[in-house]
Design a protein around this ligand. Sequence first.
Ligand code: FAQ
Length: 306
Amino acid sequence: MNEEYFQEKIDNEKKIEPKDWMPDDYRKHLIRQMSQHAHSEVIGMQPEGNWITRAPSLRAKMILLAKVQDEAGHGLYLYSATETLGISREELVQQLHSEKAKYSSIFNYPTLSWADMGAIGWLVDGAAIVNQVSLQRTSYGPYARAMIKICKEESFHQRQGYEIMAEMAKGTKEQKEMAQDALNRFWWPSIMMFGPQDSDSPRSGNAMKWKIKRQTNDELRQNFIDKTVAQAEVIGLTIPDPDLKWNEERGHYDFGEMDWDEFWNVVNGNGPCNKQRLAHHKKAHDEGEWVRKAAKEYAKKQELVN
Ligand code: FAQ
């Protein structure tokens, strides 16, 4: 009965709120996806944080700093939203550290040049927006509301990245080469962010039934590719896919096969930077122990006073 009422609510486009009854599997599914999303935002600060001290101008540095801070904020909203499902932040972080929880594959690639800041903003935030605009209509209220604010900020991030790429593409020959090289390295990993093909995506069935996901991995990937090709053309860069071709009949771009071995290798912890990213997170977490302790003690004292 509960289950029928729950599904009816979803089918009628009503949001599920923290105190509403929900099936255990729906709760678990959300905890998994939302916490992985939160971890991605936080781990995603590392590849860009790497360039803050080397930004080429004060303006570029201020913009990058603001962007990286935004990502921390996104992580915090998402952890808070996940906590409404009855799990603590400590447990979520512990799941990340023990590799039970994943984070997006994209953040396991190194950032080798300033142009990579452009490629990440343009492509990675661009892909994140396509996914997250869709998630604004997800069925769980706190997740949907977090997405609305996050999408506004991601849109600024995408523009800052595209501006870096556009400037470099019209700069010196070396600068244009750097921009093209960043696009070559980040293109395939960016389109892998959308996850495995639909035929190979075990979570999609329930996610679509419960309207956690509104579009499938392949639909979102296609949407991103269709949007991005023209943006590359405008700034004179070439997408590194010889099979990329407009298909008049489908009204979409056809594109080449992704290297799924590489994708699963990175997802399963063996990408170029997986070990480094996790070790850095653990170290920062350990070093922040005293801050968490002090905050807890302070909160306790305040409770006694009030
Ligand atoms: N990386 O059955 P599916 C950002 C896993 S945006 C790693 O298709 P699902 C902003 C998947 O978890 C990036 N793992 O799963 C930013 C599952 O494993 P599990 C974060 C992946 O959930 C920009 C298994 O493979 N965005 O951070 C990936 O239906 C710049 C089977 O896959 C989100 O997390 C992958 N790419 O679809 C920050 C969006 N793909 O959990 C800083 C919310 C799949 O069973 C700088 N999440 N897996 O052990 C989603 O939309 C979905 O969870 C998908 C995966 C689409 C990621």
